[in-house]
Design a protein around this ligand. Sequence first.
Ligand code: GLY
Length: 360
Amino acid sequence: MTVDKVIISNDVCTTLKTVLSELDYDRLFILTDETTRDVCMPVIEGVDGIADAVSIVIGATDTHKTLDTLATVWTQMGEGGGTRHSLMINLGGGMVTDLGGFAASTFKRGIPFVNIPTTLLSMVDASVGGKTGINFNGLKNEIGVFRQPEKVIIDTQFLRTLDHQNVCSGYAEMLKHGLISDVKTFAELIGFDLDKVDYRYLADMVGRSVAVKERVVEADPLEHGIRKALNLGHTVGHAFESFALQFEGQPDNERGIRPVLHGYAVAWGLVCELYLSCVKTGFPVDTMRQTAQFVKDWYGTLPITCDDYPMLLELMTHDKKNTAGTINFTLLGGIGDIRINQTAKKEEIYEMLDFFREGL
Ligand code: GLY
């Protein structure tokens, strides 16, 4: 299996024109959500071939990452004259690239697709690496396939219209990439001011961050081994995300908890899993504390109590990364020193949650 060909571009139109001229297809589909149709589509609509593409628009936000939405996309591909020789462009955040990638991977047993990510999270993570899918039965990304895009075109100009929370959300995945790579990259990331974003500098960092992910995916596209490095922060992060999701539709709940963006949960998950790394695999305490302070400053905290621990443990136990009921963690022995397939006892997990609850 070959992995993505990621193109970092500062002129998405010219790059897309070149990419389209190099690919053979009979029909072009372009998938956006209601936000990227209005904000991002105008940027590329002048590119040769785009005016003739069949436009498919889905609802924005993760609540639309469903089988029903997928069925409407398949229907429109069929009604729009799609064949096995058609091409799909996914223009949007992680929801669009995940769902669009899955729609393309399954339509007529699979057609090629090109991702043009428009959020920081999708640039550095979701659009790269070939994971596609939808949520199902209340579980995130429960149904999906691995299939690599033909190309991923990353143009950070799209980040200029992204709100602060979404910049922070994507940045958590960049921080993760720093932690699994090297001290220099980590130091650069931890020193960045997320309040006054230097977009030119961010563009350079995005390029380096994507390169970290590409290297890992290249080595293990189907996540049998080292790709699990990318799960750092995610065992606890997914539990926090699902936990907060229970408060959806209850904005006035007395605990003040609301559903959170993925990267916020990952940032909190990183703090927890670095704490566990200190206890179990010798990660340096000062680097863990430095990361915890950064996360506290930019992401705040999730106000959990001890009464929430059993539920959080239960959510960790049901993570799809596990095998046979044990909770699978990716930990670090130091920056870049990756220890996959680690487990922890209930007492250790509760101690980690104590640290998070008291320290953040
Ligand atoms: N988001 C983690 C991965 O792509 O493996």
